[in-house]
Design a protein around this ligand. Structure first.
Ligand SMILES: [Zn+2]
Ligand SMILES: [Zn+2]
Length: 632
């Protein structure tokens, strides 16, 4: 533990340190000296600069104020407008957790209020946002982490010791190597899984499930010779979509006990999606190799990083997440390997274009040797139209239906598209593009609640609305959360309305129930805003099927005649279109020497690779699953 020794020599003589612990890549010191606790900021700044480690000073329990007294002090200091929702303690970590609707007011101007709480109570304040819409998932995740503090303290210390174990010295730098193994999601969409190996570390990036496929085709190649659960040092999750996260809990079922790195929203959305995945499969009698307990294990081992926060994750890998513009908390993964040996960016799913919810993907990487990028819309004709035109035709189509006295059904994927459409509708309503209620049914509401817990992960447009104008588009009064018992009333009413319901491809769920009710009336409209799989009900309707066999609730099959209008709006996807993928390579700060393509149909991957090679003269590769590439 040489780093701790070095730290010790630099501490002031009267620091009275009672405990030194790692918390992942961070070092935590507990002190019995009140003065040192209050004034250690400058001291830390110097050390952080020299040791390149984050350090936090926390109070030993002998110096903190009593809990009741502390609560009183906090309520006195913090302005009422902050709307404190809860105050509780984590004595094991010397922290008082303050949950507030407006956390900025608990921190105060330049951190003044925060410091006042710290100095008066000698607890270290941890300030969390209370979601504007109460979220069961956010609550459950926070409760779980809170109840597992003891386990996490030991776990995070173990991770820190591992990260800070020096490599065997005397190794010849010229012999260092880096290789990438494709375990899933190459020349296909679904089951994304990549293994990165160096002389010293093995980490996995994403571990997804191919929801549309069955059996072994649904899961990554866990039987590849390179993969061994015992040798896995860390897992990195780019974002919460199931084709990236669906089998993360399975790793813990297999016995993995190491860290899961992701952003805080990715962690919470992963819980929502994996739990729903388990429910759906259970209802349909399909066996999944893990349980809700495994999802909890993943949360227990999660280490969250904000965008731009740099963290060592093994002795030779340094990780940074940057915004990907694709989904709440979605990240491009930057790995700095060795001491300047190699820089890899795993782009995962990214959108290099504006949307209501997110700013375009981050492009200011200072050094990239290898870029791995998606090819979902890699064909030359996968062009995304201009955003303004898309929204204009969206409201044009909706406006015509409403003027005609019809109802609009928009099947949406609960996480991501659902919220994007909500943001577009809230804006359109404010601009008087339409005026009727919008009903939401299915997972959309739970996902929206999670979005309200992390507004700082949304676009600058959304943040301006929420923080400067106090108008949260998700809280607009046009939105009404409804449940199955409200369906008949909505379908039978003569008033026009808009219905957002899951599932997005009409595979099942409330969207199909609404379709059954709305299909016979030609005044109504079915509006597709997302990709429809070939074999799904949505796909069939898009291809022109107008008489569909459906099962009634009693299990009898009958024919559903589709008379309502059908329209598709393209370009609202969270993925980059072909023009945006190429645009990304034009705009990226550091031109990669090598670009590897994945996450796309085989044909699209090759088409994109060919054109990138032609235009940018970079080495391009389209590996197949099970292939490995030596990066260095
Ligand atoms: Zn995705
Ligand atoms: Zn994906």
């Amino acid at each position: 533990m040489s780093i701790l020794k070095e730290l010790e020599t630099r501490l002031p003589a009267d620091a009275e340190i009672t405990e030194v612990k790692f918390e992942g890549s961070e070092i935590v010191l507990y002190t019995k000296n009140k003065e040192f606790f209050r004034t250690s900021e400058d001291f830390i700044k110097d050390i952080v600069r020299d040791l390149k480690k984050r350090i936090e000073i926390r109070p030993d329990l002998t110096i903190v104020e009593g809990e009741e007294e502390t609560k009183k002090i906090i309520e006195d200091i913090v302005p009422k407008e902050a709307q404190i929702a809860a105050i509780y303690f984590e004595p094991e970590l010397g922290k008082v957790v303050i949950e507030a609707k407006k956390p900025g007011l608990v921190i105060g101007k330049a951190g003044m209020t925060y410091r006042m709480i710290r100095d008066k109570t000698c607890w270290l304040p941890k300030i969390e946002r209370a979601p504007a819409i109460e979220s069961k998932i956010v609550r459950a995740v926070r409760n779980l982490l809170h109840s597992e503090i003891d386990y996490r303290k030991t776990f995070l210390n173990r991770v820190g010791q591992f990260i800070n174990t020096p490599q065997a010295s005397g190794d010849d730098r010229r012999k260092e190597w880096v290789r990438l193994v494709a375990l899933g999601g190459f020349r296909q969409v679904g089951r994304s899984c990549l293994l990165l190996q160096t002389q010293y570390s093995t980490v996995m990036m994403d571990c997804g499930v191919n929801v549309g496929a069955g059996g072994k085709d649904a899961i990554p190649y866990f039987d590849a010779p390179e993969f061994s659960i015992e040798k896995l040092d860390a897992v990195i999750l780019s974002h919460a979509h199931l084709d990236h996260s669906g089998l993360i809990p399975y790793l813990y079922e297999l016995g993995y006990k190491g860290p899961l790195y992701c952003t805080p929203p990715t962690r919470d959305l992963m819980v929502l999606l994996c739990m729903d995945f388990l429910d759906v499969n259970q209802r349909e009698g399909r066996e999944i190799k893990y349980t809700k307990k495994s999802v909890e294990k993943a949360v227990k081992h999660s280490i969250t990083l904000e965008y731009g926060e740099v963290s060592d994750i093994t002795s030779d890998l340094r990780l940074t997440f940057q915004p990907a513009g694709h989904l709440l908390g979605s990240s491009m993964v930057h790995l700095h390997i060795g001491d300047g040996l190699h820089n890899l960016v795993y782009g995962a799913d990214f959108k290099f274009g504006v949307s209501r919810l997110f700013d375009p993907a981050y492009k200011d990487f200072q050094r990239i040797e290898t870029l791995i990028m998606e090819s979902t819309y890699g064909s030359a004709d996968d062009i995304v139209p201009n955003r303004r035109e898309i929204e204009a035709s969206f409201f044009d189509i909706i406006g015509r239906t409403i003027a005609n006295g019809g109802k609009v059904l928009i099947p949406v994927f609960g996480v991501g598209r659902g919220q994007e459409i909500m943001a577009i509708l809230a804006n359109g309503h404010a601009e008087k593009q339409f005026d009727c209620p919008v009903y939401l049914e299915g997972m959309i509401w739970d996902a929206t609640a999670i979005h309200t817990a992390y507004p700082e992960y949304l676009s600058s447009y959304m943040q301006k609305k929420i923080f400067h104008y106090g108008e949260n588009p998700f809280l607009s009064d046009i939105f009404h959360r409804v449940s199955p018992k409200d369906r008949d009333g909505i379908i039978d009413s003569t008033e026009p309305c808009i219905i957002l319901a899951t599932s997005g491809m009409l595979i099942g769920g409330p969207s199909v129930e609404y379709l059954k009710g709305l299909a016979p009336n030609e005044k109504n409209l079915l509006l597709f805003v997302g990709y429809q799989g070939e074999f799904t009900l949505g796909g069939k309707i898009q291809r022109g099927w107008r008489e569909l066999p459906i099962k009634s609730s009693e299990g009898r099959t009958r024919t559903l005649e589709i008379k309502l209008q059908i329209e598709t709006i393209k370009g609202l996807s969270g993925h980059s279109g072909r023009n945006q993928l190429m645009g990304y390579l034009y705009n990226i700060a550091s031109k990669p020497e090598r670009v590897i393509f994945n996450h796309g149909e085989e044909k699209k991957c090759f088409e994109l690779a060919r054109d990138v090679h032609k235009v940018f003269r970079a080495e391009t590769l389209v590996p197949n699953n099970l292939e490995s590439v030596r990066l260095r």
